[in-house]
Design a protein around this ligand. Structure first.
Ligand SMILES: [Zn+2]
Length: 208
């Protein structure tokens, strides 16, 4: 039986035993695997993944509580929470909400729309942006989020509403797809790659 821990439990030095091979050791000596909402530790001596312990990532409330209780790691995490919360709020204020916010485009031809992501350089004042382009023209720009894949169908729908049958498809640049997906392998919908990044994709993702 694997043990479950909350992030701020004292799990690192907890001793666990592998039910399969009998390995005994501290949780932190196991083999770590990361998932979206938790990470786990598997037996380091078994082939295959025999899970010994699972640890949930803390919620914002848990981080704030732990910081109040004097947990040094939680205290260090507080500025980042404040920052990401205000970034979420900013996104909600600034994002494309209505098809009416998109510009009218001349001509009757059908077109693809490109979603491209420009990642921040690491400068704290710098941001990651999603650019929505038709040809060379930027028709919208909004904050981009790592693993922000839910935004892709939302944007497609807004584009569809604005441009109707003239809108063919929202295609993602390599960077945009990487950013939308993050570490998530199976999305509930398909992301269409743009032509330019197709070659790069097939060569670099052949192992997937
Ligand atoms: Zn084992």
């Amino acid at each position: 039986m694997s043990k479950s821990f909350q992030y701020y439990d004292n799990w690192r030095n907890e001793v666990v035993e592998c039910p399969k091979c009998g390995w005994k050791g501290r949780v932190q000596d196991g083999t770590q695997r990361d998932f979206q909402e938790l990470f786990d530790y598997c037996c380091p001596s078994c082939v295959g993944n025999v899970i010994l312990a699972m640890v949930s990532y803390p919620t914002v409330q848990q981080i704030e509580q732990a910081a109040k209780d004097g947990n040094a790691e939680a205290i260090r995490g507080l500025p980042e929470i404040a920052c990401s919360e205000s970034r979420n709020q900013r996104f909600e204020r600034e994002k494309l909400r209505s098809a009416n916010q998109l510009p009218d485009l001349d001509g009757g031809n059908r077109f693809d729309v490109l979603l491209d992501t420009v990642e921040h350089s690491g400068d704290p004042d710098d941001e990651s942006w999603n650019f929505i382009k038709v040809g060379d023209r930027v028709i919208w720009k909004e904050l981009a989020f790592w693993e922000g894949y839910r935004r892709y169908p939302e944007l497609s729908e807004l584009l569809q509403r604005k441009y109707g049958s003239r809108f063919k498809q929202l295609k993602a640049s390599y960077k945009a797809e990487e950013y939308l997906r993050g570490d998530i392998n199976n999305l509930p919908f398909k992301i269409y790659p743009d032509d330019e990044s197709m070659k790069f994709r097939t060569s670099s993702r052949a192992h997937r």
